[in-house]
Design a protein around this ligand. Structure first.
Ligand code: DOR
Ligand code: ZN
Length: 473
């Protein structure tokens, strides 16, 4: 009998549409066969008994800020990818707001080398849109294999470091102010030529400036005041403008981390119209709401800010009816010291890559979504949207042997001090969770087992399929 590298037996396989018992055979980092449980096709060098566990296609976190290179005192790729492995994630997409940013081919190459040396899991690289500063680099970034293009709509960035200005005020020194709509239109024209996604942080800075000044004048300092300065309307205006511009330019428009019910509704309407508009959300918009701020505190400050219970309900509705196609973490660590201050001045963001899957599995246990829908949201749909299927996101022969094993009976609590990130800041300390990832396998190699991360850096760059062929870094 011929031999393969790995056999996974007795597991219950879960895809976006099916749940079934089967045996998986892996050779040379790929799935080579999936058979009925009673068939013994090949001898294996390693056999894993997955009895009692669900075997899912490797989970993806499409929205991770590891800040490497850049403010690596907060986080780096070594830590964020070990956190990913611990949390059942086999592929992360790294955001481009690094120093330097991923704004041209040379910086893409540099970043690929930098991250490859540290990666515990596979990774894709986002490219950044900086308007007139790099419109002529969009095509070369596309050809290098960026996962898609990100635009921080409404953010000012530092002129030298390109770091985001969390609390921008007009007139600040050494700052590139937020781009105006005409420049955004031009960015979309350039990205539309690539066929890739134009993904935006959606907050209207003009409105935020006006409303925030008003709140500051009257000395407002509560979470309610923060939301008055950065209301749902800021997201709505940007999503509306973006959809209208997508209609005009033909670009694939993606709304990152949606936080308001109204914005979900706008995307729903655009989809009904047949426009190529997609939207994702994050656990903080699904499990937290403004009403909890007094209990949780400043770890929960993120941009766009977490809104109200009515928004949370509307976002769940968008998950259920398919308007929202992905859930990701927006992993954005800051140190505990940086987060410990006055609400207005502290930076926005918290850890997320390690808690994404447990929190969403808990939602499966609570019967808010099925395990199949979970697989769609965290694996199948992102792989398809960003053009890395069928290499990732499936359990079919020929695909990478990426798996997340899940124990739906395992109960535990999220403990912030046990997170693998460099800065351990999370709003979920003490959250009870039923349903945990217990093994993470990347291209046939176990990188996490029962919470222990294997110290190895064999993660590789993954690039989208272009013109019918997969381009490998
Ligand atoms: O809360 C956030 N943090 N929102 C963002 O848009 C950026 C992120 C970060 O990089 O800190
Ligand atoms: Zn982000």
């Amino acid at each position: 009998m011929a031999t393969c590298d790995l056999c996974i037996k007795n597991g219950t396989l879960v895809t976006g549409t099916e749940t079934y018992q089967a045996t998986i055979y892996v050779k040379d980092e790929k799935i080579i066969a999936v058979t009925a449980p009673d068939v013994k096709l090949l001898e294996a060098n390693e056999t894993i008994d997955a009895a009692g566990l669900h075997v899912l296609p490797g989970l993806m976190d499409t929205h991770v800020h590891s800040r490497d290179p850049g403010p690596t005192h907060k986080e780096d790729f070594y830590h964020s990818t070990r956190a990913a492995a611990a949390g059942g994630i086999t592929t992360v997409f790294e955001m481009p707001n690094t120093t330097p940013p991923v704004d041209n081919a040379a910086h893409f190459d540099q970043q690929k080398d930098n991250l490859s040396s540290k990666a515990a899991v596979d990774f894709g690289l986002w490219g950044i849109c900086l308007g007139h500063l790099n419109n002529n680099k969009i095509l070369e970034l596309h050809e290098r294999g960026v996962i898609s293009f990100k635009f921080f709509w409404g953010y000012a960035v530092h002129e030298k470091t390109f770091q985001l200005m969390y609390n921008y005020k007009p007139g600040m020194d050494n700052v590139i102010p937020p781009f105006h709509d005409g420049e955004v239109y031009e960015m979309m024209e350039h990205v539309s030529n690539t066929g890739q996604i134009f993904a935006v942080h959606a907050e209207n800075n003009d409105l935020i400036q006006t409303l925030t000044s008003r709140v500051e004048e009257r000395g407002g300092s509560s979470y309610g005041d923060l939301l008055e300065g950065r209301p749902s309307l800021a997201e709505v205006l940007t999503v509306q403008t973006g959809i209208s511009m997508a209609r005009a330019t033909g670009v694939r428009f993606h709304v990152l981390h949606v936080s308001s019910g109204e914005a979900v509704e706008l995307v729903r309407q655009a989809q009904h119209e047949g426009l190529p508009v997609t939207v994702e959300t994050c656990p903080h918009y699904l499990f937290l709401s403004a009403e909890q701020y007094n209990d949780i505190g400043s770890t929960m400050k993120v941009y766009p800010p977490v809104k109200f219970k009515k928004d949370q309900d509307a976002i769940w509705e968008g998950i259920k009816d398919g308007t929202i196609s992905a859930v990701c973490s927006d992993h954005a660590p800051h140190t505990a010291e940086e987060k410990d201050g006055e609400l207005w001045s502290i930076p926005a963001g918290m850890c997320g890559v390690e808690t994404l899957a447990p929190l969403m599995l808990n939602a499966v246990s609570e019967k808010r979504i099925s395990l199949n829908r979970f697989v769609q949201l965290l694996s199948e749909e992102p792989a398809r949207m960003y053009g890395i299927a069928p290499q990732k996101g499936t359990l079919q022969p020929g695909s990478d042997a990426d798996f997340t094993f899940v124990d739906m009976n395992k109960e535990g609590t999220i403990e912030v001090e046990k997170l693998h990130s460099k800065s351990k800041v999370s709003a979920y300390n003490g959250f009870p969770v039923k349903g945990w990832p217990v093994r993470t396998i990347v291209r046939g190699r176990t990188v996490m087992h029962n919470g222990s991360v294997i110290e190895d850096s064999t993660g590789q760059l993954v690039t989208p399929v272009q013109k019918g062929t997969a381009i490998h870094g």
